[in-house]
Design a protein around this ligand. Structure first.
Ligand SMILES: NC(=O)c1ccc[n+]([C@@H]2O[C@H](COP(=O)([O-])OP(=O)(O)OC[C@H]3O[C@@H](n4cnc5c(N)ncnc54)[C@H](O)[C@@H]3O)[C@@H](O)[C@H]2O)c1
Length: 353
């Protein structure tokens, strides 16, 4: 059977069929915009999260649709100074979109005030130091005019520009062979997924922890495919997410003891982010993987409701704030409870005769 593959990272193609839900789920569900703010207000009624005077670096922001942007927005609304790291291949388009004013609405808080990104750093999280960058990348047209995009260089630059920071967010993933089942994944594809999606987090903590204030927070984004089989999330991406979650616990211990930092990860439900949408279904008239994943969640999760990027944004804000002062080493599910289910409600086996 051919599977439809997902990518919650860039540059991933699609294939044909996914395991079709046995019972029809209204197709309109998947066409709903999952990333736009809902009627839920970002404001935290009755509890003021005040991050004024704090600085947050969010790695993996290149548009206003993904989880990275939603967390950035929430941190900014709470008063934090926000700076971001953007992958060089999409840096130009991101800056151009910002300059064009197209994101003006996205750059407003829930009360209508403007917020801004204080600085955008080019960041390729697969490289730790300048000497790690191969010649072909250095001379690539997307990279040639840039300098200082390795993790150690970005950390140094951030320290130079802003001094110590308080919040670090890892919101990136990439797996060049995500379209392949694990059974067909090459060593190189597997290790690249792991390098870009899991080791990148370890390296970020290695290089940023020394420039973080005590009590600071580190946060990443993971996916349920780390612990349950999600057909289609291939290329070693499921393995990379399992590493990310395990590393969250170990880093929570090590960075907790050494730097007094907290380290947590959010296991997020499916979102039609740009990267995930770009996977496409390939075949005309057929749902894409991410649409299946969203519809499956709506049909089977304890909370049959839409999940918005802002829902992850507000949990990211909580975990990054003093409200979570004693929370570290956790994988927090923001998925309408889908992780808790052991049976698919919309399975044909659940139908009454
Ligand atoms: N979309 C979902 O349904 C979903 C579900 C669970 C977890 N996640 C996770 O959320 C995080 C954010 O993904 P998203 O879906 O919001 O999409 P997104 O496109 O907003 O974020 C992915 C980002 O990773 C960046 N990136 C890719 N390779 C990089 C590299 N080598 N160096 C630096 N940046 C790089 C991309 O440019 C992009 O900005 C990822 O870790 C993803 O696995 C997503």
């Amino acid at each position: 059977m051919k599977l439809l593959f997902t990518s919650f990272a860039l540059g991933m193609a699609s294939t044909s069929a996914f395991l079709a839900p046995r019972l029809a789920v209204p197709s309109a569900l998947s066409s709903q915009a999952r990333t736009s703010p809902s009627s839920l207000s970002m404001a935290i009624d009755g509890y003021n999260v005040d991050l004024r005077g704090k600085t947050a670096f969010i790695a993996g922001v290149a548009d206003a649709n993904g989880y990275g942007w939603a967390i950035t927005k929430h941190l900014a609304e709470a008063g934090a100074k926000v700076i971001v790291g953007t992958w060089p291949p999409v840096l130009g388009i991101f800056k151009a979109t910002l300059d064009s004013g197209k994101l003006a609405e996205d750059l407003k808080t829930s009360t209508g005030e403007s917020w801004e990104i204080a600085k955008i750093y080019p960041l390729d999280a697969t490289f730790d130091r300048p000497e790690d960058v191969p010649e072909a990348v250095k001379t690539n047209k997307r990279y040639a005019s840039l300098g200082g995009y390795t993790i150690s260089e970005v950390a140094k630059e951030v320290e130079k520009d802003f001094g110590k920071i308080d919040i670090l967010v890892h919101s990136l993933a990439n797996g060049p062979e995500v379209t392949k089942p694990l059974l067909e994944t090459s060593r190189n594809g597997y290790l690249t997924a792991s390098s870009a999606s899991a080791y990148s987090m370890v390296s970020l903590v290695q290089h940023f922890a020394p420039i973080m204030n005590e009590g600071g927070s580190v946060l990443s984004l993971t996916y349920i495919a780390s612990e349950k089989v999600i057909p289609g999330y291939g290329g070693g991406m499921s393995s990379a997410k399992a590493q990310l979650e395990s590393d969250t616990r170990t880093l929570a211990f090590e960075a907790g003891r050494k730097y007094k930092l907290r380290v947590n990860t959010i296991s997020a439900g499916p979102l039609k982010s740009r990267a995930a949408s770009a996977i496409g279904g390939g075949e005309k008239g057929k749902k894409t993987f991410i649409e299946y994943a969203i519809d499956y969640s709506r049909a089977n999760a304890p909370l049959a409701q839409d999940l918005y990027a802002d829902d992850v944004g507000s949990t990211g804000l909580f975990l990054s704030s003093p409200l979570a002062r004693c929370v570290t080493g956790v994988t927090m599910y923001v998925d309408n409870g889908l992780h808790a289910m052991g049976m698919a409600l919309d399975s044909i086996a659940m139908q009454q005769e």
